[in-house]
Design a protein around this ligand. Structure first.
Ligand code: ZN
Length: 221
């Protein structure tokens, strides 16, 4: 009952939001897109109802919200994208790990935002095509090569794993910044690759190849 009530509150809020957004529109300001957020926790009927209700409103796009448990990700996103209009963007909130990005895209999500790449980086964990590894372990102490030799980011083109290992050990602020630059670039290149694969029609092949290598996890060696 609590979920039903809060969903109704979200629906009423969405209606008020659209009215207010319209009222604030002015020719001297650039147009700002307004997205409706689909809630409904892990309940299929609530998610579908919310997507149908908000999907019929004049939003520019939609967010799929709520702390989504990873094991429910594919189901929840599929229910929602199934009901939403095809011609408007779907934004998946709070998803950013490589495996989850593939699951989100496969289920119909277009865009993402997430703290993971920067939070992991602050904890010295970095993404590579061969998996995620931690720069603090001794494996990086004498690794005089970039985090990922294929990566074109500022960090990989200027610093070695050994330097980053030292910077994290010494608690230098720059360590988090450099690792964040890499993780964000890695994530952006990954979704770029997904987009190209979708255009070529071989998304499934990319997914299988990428995740196979990523979870084989030989990166830290
Ligand atoms: Zn890099």
């Amino acid at each position: 009952a609590y979920q039903v009530m809060s969903l109704e509150r979200t629906r009423l809020w969405a209606e008020r939001c659209l009215v207010e957004h319209d009222r604030l529109r002015s020719p001297d300001r650039p147009y700002q897109a307004l997205f409706g957020v689909i809630q409904g926790a892990q309940y299929e009927d609530l998610r579908r109802t919310a997507a149908r209700d908000l999907g019929a409103m004049a939003f520019d796009g939609f967010g799929i919200g709520g702390a989504i448990e990873k094991r429910n990700l594919t189901d929840i996103v599929s229910w929602v994208t199934n009901e939403l209009p095809d011609d408007k963007p779907r934004h998946l909130l709070g998803i950013g790990e490589p495996g989850d990005l593939f699951a989100g895209v496969a289920a119909g999500a277009d865009t993402f935002d997430c703290v993971s790449p920067s939070r992991e980086a602050r904890n010295s964990a970095v993404y590579t095509p061969d998996g995620r590894f931690n720069l603090l372990t001794s494996a990086s102490r004498r690794a005089f090569e970039p985090i990922d030799p294929q990566c074109d980011c500022y960090t990989c083109t200027h610093y070695t794993r050994a330097y980053l290992h030292h910077a994290f050990k010494a608690k230098e602020m720059v360590a988090s910044t450099l690792a964040t630059i890499h993780n964000i670039r890695f994530t952006v290149r990954l979704v770029d690759a997904m987009r190209s694969a979708l255009e070529r029609g071989d998304f499934s092949a990319l997914r299988e190849e990428f995740l196979g290598r990523y979870y084989a996890g030989t990166a830290s060696a």
